[in-house]
Design a protein around this ligand. Structure first.
Ligand SMILES: [Zn+2]
Length: 237
């Protein structure tokens, strides 16, 4: 046997910089415990450190992984002397990852029960957005719009243009919103069929537009219906 793996418990309680999922930025974090794994095989070696971390800013507990491999080499230049030197980069990942976007206020338990499929789709959409898959997220916005319009009664299996016209006729959207939604659907198509590569800001704008549309067309009317039912009726005599 030429390779070996050595594992040791990390008990240093050292403080390191790590991406806190709650603070959504790099924070000083205590290594509460962990396992340091060193592997060696002939001339190559790797260090794989698993940490249970606690943010010193907000006290959140999260997981961190720092990994380095002896054959990965990168170079950096000293800004003062101009000399080049080599180093082994450390790849760092954390779980849970910091969410790029919070769920809207109206995304609560009631919404999840009433709109089960739509909320599942929104969950997946925010998940792929968090992971940085912006093309899929843009396509997902178009799909979520499609589903929302069907919740509002638009006939399934019809083109988007007909669904949007159905929403306008039914008073769910204004003419101005109609043209915005047409653009929303079109950029989703551009990502799906025309090779458009949206960035984070582009997709965030699309998601925000979609959320506004869901809020205005489904959540607010349902909330008002509930409210009206709870208000004592006027006694006409
Ligand atoms: Zn924190």
């Amino acid at each position: 046997m030429t390779g070996s793996v050595k594992r040791t418990i990390v008990s240093s309680k050292a403080s390191i910089k790590a991406d806190c999922p709650t603070c959504k930025r790099s924070q000083n974090s205590i290594i509460e415990t962990g396992v340091a794994e060193s592997s060696a095989h002939v001339h190559v070696s790797s260090e794989n450190n698993h940490y249970i971390l606690r943010c010193e800013g907000c006290d959140t507990i999260f997981y961190g992984n720092h990994y380095s491999f002896s054959e990965d080499v990168e170079y950096e230049r000293d800004p003062i002397t101009g000399e080049w030197s080599s180093f082994t980069p450390v790849s760092k990942s954390y779980f849970p990852t910091a969410k790029k976007r919070d769920k809207p206020k109206w995304y609560n338990f009631t919404f999840q029960i009433r709109q089960e499929k739509l909320s599942e789709l929104l969950d997946s959409l925010l998940d792929i957005f968090d992971r940085g898959h912006y093309v899929f997220a843009a396509i997902g916005v178009r799909t979520a719009f499609d589903m929302t319009s069907e919740v509002l009664g638009a006939p399934p299996h019809t083109p988007f243009s007909e669904k949007i016209e159905f929403l306008r006729k039914g008073g769910h959207i204004t003419p101005r919103e109609k043209s915005l939604l047409e653009k929303l659907v079109d950029v989703g198509s551009a990502a799906a069929h025309r090779g458009w590569q949206p960035n984070e800001t582009d997709v965030e704008l699309l998601i925000e537009t979609l959320e506004l549309f869901i809020n205005r067309s489904i959540v607010l009317p349902e909330g008002l219906d509930d409210l009206v039912k709870r208000v004592p009726t006027k006694n006409f005599r």
